[in-house]
Write a protein that binds this ligand. Structure first.
Ligand code: NAG
Ligand code: NAG
Ligand code: NAG
Ligand code: NAG
Ligand code: NAG
Ligand code: NAG
Ligand code: NAG
Ligand code: NAG
Ligand code: NAG
Ligand code: NAG
Ligand code: NAG
Ligand code: NAG
Length: 562
């Protein structure tokens, strides 16, 4: 997905209209984009996240096609412009991982059919029963379902849905020769997300009629023929357009799995720009009915958009998603790296595990915590299991990754909500800092302030975010966790109950952490630990610091032996 309005005209390489659609199976390979190897990347810049995925170079936005293949490898595809550091020339970039943190770049997976069409967002499913007929001899075939957006003459044209299939576990795709599979002659119809609905034994697609605030539900026996089944119209916050719906089953604490519909909206979110909202309810194969019509947001920060949930995670397990850690208001303006030659723009969030629980008075809280952080923990930087009211200072300027994880547990509070825990992360060179914390007393809430970071400023790059009403009124414990990664901070209340994602662009690398706990009664406990994180990219770099990704010629990503 992305909006024509956010595509700067200058970014469009496509200048001319072509009266006849090209062969639907053809591909357009822009000059300068490698077709047989991944785009090489330099992940050494001080702004580069080291435990988050970011593209090898230039511009990335939404996650697409996310699935876990039958061998257990996680695949992310992503909206990718491999030519310039702004949106445009959209392809599906691709990377794979065994642990959802260490990502191996793969060659671009889905290419546009011609030079006036972009490949927009979509999803991918494993067609294990060969419903599509593309996979007569295998049960691990992958079908990608995505939007093709035409820009004849550089102007936004129609958006229609196409499919492509992969017989090699999602590394290379071939376009279906009868594309499009769904075309309603609309200029605002995009971002199909497809699941298999077992009780009805059919495929289900949710898709945005973006400008009409409608999420359409379509069904199909074979991923080729799609029938309209229902519309979910004008629910929750409207903003300017709906995009990137996901519909899936999710565990509910203390109950049966529930159905979860998340809708991203942009622009016009309540914090400015892009935001995602969710609904919890029932789905019977054709109709989604929310349990209530409240609007709930997935994140209290401003930099977590268009998250996509991986396919092939059982419905009774926490559902895993990555979001695009940016916001259309400023994503094309933020610094791209020290050398300012367009090294990269945008990262994904870390993998988050999700379920639904009734925790706050609002109910149906989305629990969105970090997936298996132990996979990236390196060394303990500080630990005090009985800090009481107190301060911990930790210098992390010599941590190679520049990244850390912090946990502060406040326990054994006597009655109502008590205590505060604040942090400041600063540069001892420039004095810049980002701060935040939890204030459990008074008006209980969680907050963050990126306004004292100086490498990027813009009227829309809002400084301060907070969320209130998130702690259960009778709770006697609470916790704060932080995942800090050079230009992105993810913070969590009670492990996962409220998540806030903010990006920031310091002039100098930040190197000093301070955490302050205060206002807790004598009988209470506070335990704080900080660990440095690994650099998941450095071990993949060659002697010049270049990450080349999977350059083997085998399609399966296995190591080349000779
Ligand atoms: C697009 O492709 C057409 C047909 O091959 C070609 O004539 C035209 O110059 C191309 N335009 C751009 C902007 O590359
Ligand atoms: C990679 O980027 C760093 C800056 O972070 C720069 O010093 C280095 O020369 C770059 N390496 C290559 C191979 O471009
Ligand atoms: C595949 O077929 C099995 C057995 O009929 C059925 O239970 C399952 O739902 C099907 N799954 C898909 C993805 O088609
Ligand atoms: C598609 O929509 C355009 C613009 O509204 C209209 O001019 C055109 O006739 C439509 N095409 C079809 C096939 O309906
Ligand atoms: C669903 O919504 C779309 C977009 O507003 C509309 O064109 C279509 O007629 C609706 N379908 C039904 C059955 O209401
Ligand atoms: C699904 O729900 C809709 C709306 O309530 C209803 O019309 C339809 O019959 C239901 N389908 C099934 C299979 O229960
Ligand atoms: C907190 O209050 C809620 C609602 O009144 C209640 O369900 C829950 O059991 C209480 N929890 C504790 C730890 O007292
Ligand atoms: C944390 O910050 C809040 C808000 O500024 C403040 O009220 C509180 O006193 C601070 N707590 C500590 C321990 O510094
Ligand atoms: C923490 O400070 C508060 C005053 O802000 C005080 O009432 C409390 O006794 C102190 N707690 C501990 C454990 O010293
Ligand atoms: C909290 O209280 C329990 C008993 O109620 C005690 O076992 C535990 O040590 C206390 N923890 C702290 C950190 O004070
Ligand atoms: C915080 O509490 C969690 C859950 O009880 C525990 O796993 C973790 O080790 C604690 N962390 C610290 C720093 O005490
Ligand atoms: C590093 O760059 C130099 C100069 O471009 C080149 O000669 C050398 O082969 C490169 N080394 C690697 C490991 O790619």
């Amino acid at each position: 997905m992305l909006l024509s309005s956010v595509l700067p005209a200058a970014a469009l390489l496509v200048q001319q209209a072509w009266a006849q659609a090209a062969d639907p199976t053809s591909s357009y390979y822009a000059t300068g984009v490698p077709t047989d190897t991944p785009v090489p990347g330099n992940y050494t810049d001080y702004l580069r996240p080291r435990v988050h995925f970011s593209p090898p170079r230039y511009f990335m936005n939404d996650p697409n096609g996310m699935h876990r293949d039958p061998s257990g490898t996680w695949h992310i595809y992503y909206q990718y412009n491999p030519l310039t550091p702004v949106a445009g020339n959209q392809h599906w970039g691709h990377a794979t991982s065994k642990d959802l943190y260490t990502w191996e770049n793969q060659k671009i997976a889905v290419w546009p059919p011609n030079n006036y069409t972009y490949v927009f967002s979509g999803s991918a499913v494993i067609d294990s029963n060969n419903t599509s007929g593309f996979f007569p001899d295998q049960d691990n075939g992958v079908v990608a379902v995505y939007t093709l957006a035409e820009y004849p003459g550089g102007e936004a044209g129609i958006q229609y849905q196409a499919i492509a299939y992969s017989r090699d576990d999602g590394y290379t795709f071939e376009a279906y020769d009868r594309n499009p599979v769904l075309n309603i002659n609309s200029t605002q119809f995009r971002d199909p997300y497809v699941i298999w609905h077992e009780p009805s034994r059919h495929w289900v697609m949710v898709i945005a009629y973006a400008a009409e605030y409608v999420i359409g539900v379509y069904t199909s026996p074979d991923l080729k023929e799609w029938t309209h089944a229902s519309n979910f119209t004008k629910h929750g916050y409207l903003g300017t357009q709906y995009e990137c719906p996901n519909l899936l089953q999710m565990p509910m604490k203390g109950g049966d799995p529930v159905w979860f519909l998340v809708i991203s909206l942009n622009p016009g979110g309540p914090r400015g720009g892009s935001i995602s909202q969710y609904f919890v309810g029932d789905f019977n194969g054709t109709h989604f009915e929310p349990f209530d019509d409240a609007t709930r947001f997935t994140d209290f920060g401003k930099d977590n958009y268009a998250a996509q949930f991986f396919h092939n995670v059982p419905a009774n397990e926490p559902q895993i998603a990555l979001g695009w850690a940016s916001n259309w208001q400023y994503t094309q303006l933020v610094p791209t790296g020290l050398l300012e030659h367009g090294q990269f723009r945008s990262a994904m969030t870390v993998p988050r595990e999700h379920y639904i629980a009734n925790v706050s008075a609002r109910g149906y809280d989305l629990i969105s915590g970090i997936h298996n952080v132990s996979a990236i923990i390196d060394e303990e930087l500080a630990f005090n299991s009985s800090l009481g009211n107190g301060t911990i200072l930790a210098y992390f300027g010599d941590v190679p990754s520049g990244a850390f994880y912090l946990e502060a547990n406040i326990t054994n509070l006597t009655s109502t909500l008590q205590g505060t825990a604040n942090f400041t992360i600063s540069s001892s060179v420039s004095g810049e800092y980002i701060s935040g914390g939890i204030n459990a007393a008074g008006s209980p809430g969680i907050w963050v302030d990126r306004g004292h970071i100086r490498g990027f400023d813009n009227p829309y790059f809002t400084d301060k975010f907070s969320e209130e009403g998130v702690l259960a009124p009778n709770s006697t414990t609470w916790s704060l966790s932080l995942l800090y990664d050079n230009s992105i901070l993810e913070m969590f209340l009670n492990g996962a109950q409220q998540a806030g994602t903010v990006t920031f662009f310091p002039e100098r690398r930040l190197d000093t952490l301070a955490i302050y706990v205060g206002g807790i009664p004598e009988s209470a406990g506070s335990s704080v630990a900080v660990w440095s994180l690994k650099d998941t990219w450095a071990p993949q770099a060659d002697g010049n610091g270049t990450v080349r990704g999977n350059v083997t010629d085998g399609a399966t990503g296995s190591m080349k032996m000779f």
